[in-house]
Write a new protein. Structure first.
Lengths: 118, 113
């Protein structure tokens, strides 16, 4: 149990276009999902916290108008990179928290999406 | 502000040997969790082990164990009987108040035959 999927796994787009990445919790309800970005040979950096039915909370330095996050259901959060530029090329990872597991605080990670902007 | 520090960018160990990865952290919370995650070349994040701060007993999961020193804010990971499949990046992580994870910079572990 506790599987999180991401789609697509890899995307290449032209500069100026928008890209949508989906994160789904397949067998549990995730009130909270998180989006991280990971540059090559670096650690994961939190971009935003996504709560179902409310606006996402963005970390300092993350442009909310560029990285649009929607969490319309308990099993789906989407990250849209608008007007993508080469510097947005990165590995994007989502995670979801299963609140039914109580205080264990464990997050389950998706397999990640590699975005390349040409 | 919470911080997580991993001071060993790279480590190497021979198969069947034991290796310890270090992690120190800072938090103003009294009750919290600490995690070690593994990221193999596939880049899928895998939970290795979890420690609850209010438990004095160190967590163990098969070949993986931790040395948790709450007063020193130290949380090291010991891998016993290292296997080739243990080759990966290892991240120490501490949840913030919103449960998002603050990760250390990671330690790249190479297990050699």
């Amino acid at each position: 149990g506790a599987v999180v999927s991401q789609h697509p796994s890899r995307v290449i787009c032209k500069s100026g276009t928008s890209v949508k990445i989906e994160c789904r919790s397949l067998d549990f309800q995730a009130t909270t999902m998180f989006w991280y970005r990971q540059f090559p040979k670096q650690s994961l950096m939190l971009m935003a916290t996504s709560n179902e039915g409310s606006k996402a909370t963005y970390e300092q330095g993350v442009e909310k108008d560029k990285f649009l996050i929607n969490h319309a259901s308990l099993t789906l959060s989407t990250l849209t990179v608008t007007s993508a530029h080469p510097e947005d090329s990165s590995f994007y990872i989502c995670s979801a928290r299963d609140h039914s597991r109580g205080i264990h605080n464990e997050q389950f990670f998706g397999p990640g999406t590699r975005l390349t902007v040409l | 502000a919470q911080t997580v520090t991993q001071s060993q960018p790279e480590m190497s160990v021979q198969e069947a040997e034991t290796v310890t990865l270090s992690c120190t952290y800072d938090t103003s919370e009294n009750n919290y969790y600490l995690f070690w995650y593994k990221q193999p070349p596939s880049r899928q994040m895998i939970l290795v082990i979890r420690q609850e701060a209010y438990k004095q007993q160190n967590a163990t999961e098969n070949r993986f164990s931790v040395n948790f020193q709450k007063a020193a804010k130290s949380f090291s990971l010991k891998i016993s009987d290292s296997q080739l499949g243990d080759t990966a990046m290892y991240f120490c992580a501490l949840p913030n108040s919103g449960y998002a994870l603050n990760f250390g910079k990671g330690t790249s572990l190479l297990v050699t035959p």
